[in-house]
Design a protein around this ligand. Structure first.
Ligand code: NAD
Length: 299
């Protein structure tokens, strides 16, 4: 039986690890949070005393951690010194491209096979096993990576070698942040010019302005019933997470010297929203900031 060590059982990781267990794999789980560990036990996983303990007999090690520093620390202190050298190491967190390439290089120098495999889809897809994975790994390792990710996935796409999964993820999310702002600006202007929001949706969703932010995740409440705008922007994808991804994109753009003026503007606007007190609300609430209906904390 495949033994999976799963480290990081937060909003995303808990559902993902549970799907590994449901697929009949033996899951040894670790998180710093006692609540997360108790939940893992209820879901049929074996709790480990530490990350080092979790990986020691693993065939596959999956990490789902907040940011680059956490991934670097866990790899350096727990995984590389303790995992069997034939274990496949897959990091699914969204982190900076440099950290992804650094941990992959350090691991491969010790003989491990690695992949960066960040996800698109949010907590509902994590629980439902319908995430999209963007993978950076050697071509010859991809079939094994696919097999490891299958119980959690709707789609698994190899972007290229190490770091390209993260690169694709942050480019995608930069596009999403910009398109959500663009959609919100259009709704706000249409309103100010006297066009009913539903009418604007009916027209633009069938015209050349159509995009995912409008037709699947409309920031204006009403036209898309499942969108967080209908739940007072609760749940969904937090503005703080969007800001994190936009910062990663800007840092990466600086590193390679590619101009991303709209990405920079999107980072500034989400920075204002997050500092203003809306870090935990869904990122489509930016519509309300642009309409001037939010009370922003200016301290
Ligand atoms: P989260 O904060 O809910 O979970 C992270 C977990 O990691 C926490 O439970 C924390 O206790 C644990 N952790 C931190 N340091 C640790 C350590 N040293 N050892 C063991 N456990 C440790 O975050 P999340 O929402 O699950 O997101 C995880 C990653 O997925 C992030 O990189 C995020 O950007 C990305 N992501 C999130 C979403 C989303 O909708 N939440 C969507 C796509 C991608």
């Amino acid at each position: 039986m495949t033994r999976v060590a799963f480290i990081g059982l937060g909003n995303m990781g808990s559902g993902m690890a549970a799907n590994q267990a449901k697929a009949g794999r033996e899951v040894v789980a670790f998180d710093l949070s006692a609540d997360a560990m108790a939940r893992a036990k209820e879901q049929g996983m074996s709790p480990a005393a530490s990350a080092a303990d979790a990986v020691k007999d693993a065939n596959v090690v999956i990490t789902m951690l907040p940011a680059g520093q956490h991934v670097r620390d866990v790899y350096l202190e727990a995984i590389l010194p303790n995992a069997p050298k034939d274990a496949l190491l897959v990091d699914c967190s969204t982190i900076d491209v440099d950290s992804a390439r650094t941990v992959a290089r350090d691991a491969s120098m010790q003989g491990f096979r690695t992949a960066d495999a960040p996800v698109s889809g949010g907590t509902a897809a994590a629980t439902g096993g319908t995430l999209t994975f963007m993978v950076g790994c050697r071509e010859q390792d991809f079939a094994e990576v696919e097999e490891a990710l299958k119980p959690m996935a709707k789609a698994i796409i190899r972007a290229g070698d190490s770091g390209t999964g993260q690169a694709a993820k942050i480019c995608n999310n930069m596009l999403l942040g910009i398109s959500m702002i663009a959609t919100s600006e259009a709704f706000a202007l249409a309103e100010a010019l006297g066009v009913d929001a539903q009418k604007f949706f009916d027209i633009s969703s069938k015209a050349s302005g159509q995009c995912w932010s409008m037709t699947s995740y409309c920031p204006w409440p009403g036209p898309v019933p499942a969108a967080p705008s209908n739940r007072d922007y609760e749940g969904g994808f937090a503005s703080a997470m969007m800001l994190k991804d936009l910062k990663l994109a800007q840092d990466a753009a600086d590193t390679v010297g590619t101009p991303t003026p709209l990405g920079g503007a999107a980072e500034a606007l989400y920075g204002e929203l997050v500092r203003g007190g809306y870090a935990n609300r869904d990122f489509s609430i930016i519509l309300q900031m642009l309409r001037g209906t939010l009370q922003l904390n200016r301290e």
